[in-house]
Design a protein around this ligand. Structure first.
Ligand code: HEC
Length: 166
């Protein structure tokens, strides 16, 4: 399964104690995600306390807005709303009709950990074969980090989470 493969390459870019809750979710879904040495990098945790990175992510989100909403009173567009997507099981926004590729990811217990989100935003089709997300990907790591920090600042109900102090 892709999750494990990426995991074992040690391609960790993010994570830290601020994301403990997300890791707890991910680890509950998949024991392969419990490797403690991977829960070390701190970039997104830093991002969460650095409002400028979240703001940069907010500016990048313009690229996503044609298809995705965050915040309160979200609606489905071409893509599902992204409130609370960090740490959530893939393909589980209620009422959204996902592609068979994403449905397979859901069936495989694929979770949007920071790593998997980073990899998906870099190259959606490589991570979820057959995904209908019509988006080439974000090549720059810093830009992806900002986007993920921005997404992580929205709780599932669309409110901003406390750690995101803007
Ligand atoms: C042209 C429309 C479009 C654009 C632009 C787009 N997406 Fe998507 N996105 C989709 C669709 C459609 C899906 C569902 C894919 C599937 O079912 O395979 C999706 C799925 C996702 C998911 C998985 C959601 C879930 O519920 O599991 C994430 C995360 C995501 N997109 C993030 C982004 C981000 C961040 C951007 C901007 C950098 C972006 N997308 C740009 C259409 C788009």
């Amino acid at each position: 399964m892709k999750t494990k493969t990426l995991w074992q390459t040690g391609a960790t870019i993010f994570t830290a104690s601020a994301f403990g809750a997300f890791w707890a979710v991910a680890a509950a879904e998949d024991p392969a995600l419990q490797a403690p040495e991977e829960v070390q990098a701190i970039e997104v945790a830093k991002a969460l306390v650095d409002p400028s990175i979240i703001s940069a992510g907010q500016r990048s989100f313009v690229k996503c807005q044609a298809c995705h909403m965050v915040g309160e009173n979200v609606q489905r567009r071409a893509g599902p709303p992204l409130n609370g997507v960090v740490g959530r099981a893939a393909g589980t926004s209620e009422g959204f009709r996902y592609s068979p590729g994403m449905a397979k990811a859901t069936a495989d217990n694929f979770v949007w950990t920071l790593e998997m989100l980073d990899a998906y935003l870099k190259s959606p089709r490589d991570i979820v074969p057959g995904t209908t997300m019509g988006f080439a990907g974000i090549p720059k790591p810093d830009e992806r980090k900002g986007l993920i920090a921005y997404l992580a600042s929205y709780a599932a109900d669309g409110t901003r989470v406390e750690t995101a102090t803007e």
